[in-house]
Design a protein around this ligand. Sequence first.
Ligand code: OVV
Length: 401
Amino acid sequence: MNQTATVDHFPVLDLDPFSTEFLQDPYPFHEQLREAGPVVWLSKYRVWAMARYEQVHATLKDWETYCSSAGGGLANFNKEEPWRPPSIILEADPPLHNRTRSVLQRILTRTAIEKLRAGFELEAEKLVESVLARGHIDGVMDLAEVFPLRVFPDAVGLTKEGRENLLPYANMTFNAFGPRNELFEAAFAEAETVSSWIMEQCKRESLTADGLGAQVFAAADAGEVTEKEAGMLVRSLLTAGLDTTVHGITSALYSFACFPQQWQKLREQPKMLRPAFEEVVRFQSPVQTFFRTTTREVQVGETLLQKDQKVLLFLAAANRDPRKWDNPDTFDITRRAIGHVGFGAGIHVCVGQMVARLEAESVLTALLRKVDRLELVGEPQRRLNNTLRGLSSLPLLLHKA
Ligand code: OVV
């Protein structure tokens, strides 16, 4: 474990939040970061970091002091060239953000997304039926990756060919929020092919007439965004909409496999499904971190942050801050997990969260009906990523109800 040194009025840590050691088991490091103080200087990357709920939440809410237009990752777009044209929603501030956000928000409201429910539930039933016939499955490769790939690209209105590029593109983007380490480099091995396929799918003529993508272009027809901006918003859907839900479903399966009594509780009270998934997102936090950048000098506790400094927000650490949560390391579907920052908070709070919930609920509902127990029968393998926390393998034995 690293030493904490105090320089002037702030704690300094030399840990690397993007190292294999940290990403394999972030929780002891999260505790160290929270205990060090409300804001900590990470000397390796020369960035500020916040890991306590109070500061993470307040920073997410204060978009004027902590902007997004300088990038959601480590790179400061005021000083460094972004690896791709910045997202016009994630990496934008008001007023641009308001305009782009309102387009996606309207397309992704709970009511709008409800239209997808019947189709999602049917696919989930079919998929669960087929894995159940096998008993021994891999929760990631056979379920968590398969389901979103089966429903989301169709919902957006993508062509069938080339969908194998979707997860690699998300893997690139989420690694690119971190430093140019080995994870970053490995993810970019096929960058050219993968990126060009993605950009091709963002065009109006590549999309079916009845999907979410077409609805984004309808907003262009209505003059709310330009044709080019519509394409960029489709790119956001394709970037942020798939790997995140894969990890969300993985997290749910993993949590319930590790805490079988929680699965029993949920089977007895299926109405608890919604709060149960919120607890999954709090407990596992598929998106671990995001950065903001200071737009002015700002005081945090005893510490004065300068203007144009990167601030690393540990969403996952905030979601297990004992200052905020009772028994934070316990997975408990009956707790009030609302207020967690797993989907972020403030103006940039996850715009696709209703789709994420619908996907998770569809899979879990099908499993609840048919599966008595998810037994962990092997060592889960971590999939390391500079931003996302998930697994590449989760060996399960499904016990039929
Ligand atoms: C929330 C999120 C993650 C990654 C990419 C984007 C958004 C985007 O807008 O491209």
